[in-house]
Design a protein around this ligand. Structure first.
Ligand code: KIV
Length: 263
């Protein structure tokens, strides 16, 4: 009998079995992933790019995360669910507390995810934990920092001392899982072996405790860019396009709807 995946289920997997995760942004895609047996569904602010067609995640709002989070919640029976806090929604402690608690409450997510490890973020994590909100971290390539970093930059092993300090500070503050994005495998391996909570990698190699990918990337629905770390498990976009072309052709030629599809 399949059981609901809780944060304890995911914590217990460290060192035993890899955690599987994919993003989702609506009811139908969440339902497909959940029925496939995925451990963890993330409502990522990557929705700014793959759902809204924006060049990055910076414009995504708290209201939009809540809108998508509510849809995903209804599609999940078993998987653990987390929602990203968007750019600018946790810059001050006061705003962070209000926005994070609002997202947790209104979406019904099991956790929220925050990028970075600056002092305000660490204090926010401690306060949220006290309030009963489960928090996940995210370091390495931080898409919300794109305008400061000057693009999507892979983190080198030479930067691993700093990243390890951030990972340990986040673990001490109380996060339960840590996303490692866009870094050399050796760097992610070093962090994974040095902390007791699970790491979930995206573009961070095989030495993480689990992997996450963006729904539209792995199912071939997003063609704006395909980073090296993306493996496409299906070319769904091509299948949908070919089906749409057939439909257009059949409607124009009067083949559809035939008697079979008519009352
Ligand atoms: O926004 C997102 O989809 C994410 C994942 C890439 C980890 O943060």
């Amino acid at each position: 009998m399949r059981k609901k995946v809780t944060i304890s289920t995911l914590l217990d997997k460290k060192g035993k079995e890899a955690i599987t995760s994919v993003t989702a942004y609506d009811y139908t895609s969440a339902q497909i992933l959940d029925s496939a047996g995925i451990d963890f569904i993330l409502v990522g602010d990557s929705l700014g790019m793959v759902m809204q067609g924006m060049p990055n995640t910076v414009s995504v709002t708290v209201d939009e995360m809540i809108y998508h989070g509510k849809m995903v919640r209804r599609g999940i029976k078993y998987a653990f669910m987390a929602v990203d806090m968007p750019f600018g929604s946790y810059v001050s402690l006061e705003d962070g507390l209000i926005n994070c608690i609002r997202v947790a409450k209104e979406t019904g997510a099991d956790a929220i995810k925050i990028e970075g490890a600056d002092p305000v973020t660490l204090e926010l994590i401690r306060r949220l934990l006290t309030a009963g909100v489960c928090v996940l971290g995210h370091i390495g390539l931080q898409p919300q920092q794109i305008n400061v970093m000057g693009g999507f930059r892979v983190q080198r092993f030479s930067n691993s001392d700093k990243l390890l300090d951030e990972a340990q500070a986040l673990e001490n503050a109380g996060i339960k899982l840590l996303v490692l994005e866009g870094m050399e495998s050796a760097c992610a391996g070093r962090i994974t072996e040095s902390i007791t909570i699970p790491t979930i990698g995206i573009g961070a190699g095989v030495r993480c405790d689990g992997q996450v990918l963006v729904y539209h990337d792995i199912f071939g629905l997003y063609s704006e860019m395909t980073p090296k770390f993306v493996k496409k498990y299906a070319e769904t976009g091509g299948i949908i396009k070919a089906a749409a072309e057939r439909y257009i052709e059949e409607v124009r030629s009067g083949v559809f709807p035939s008697d079979e599809y008519s009352y």
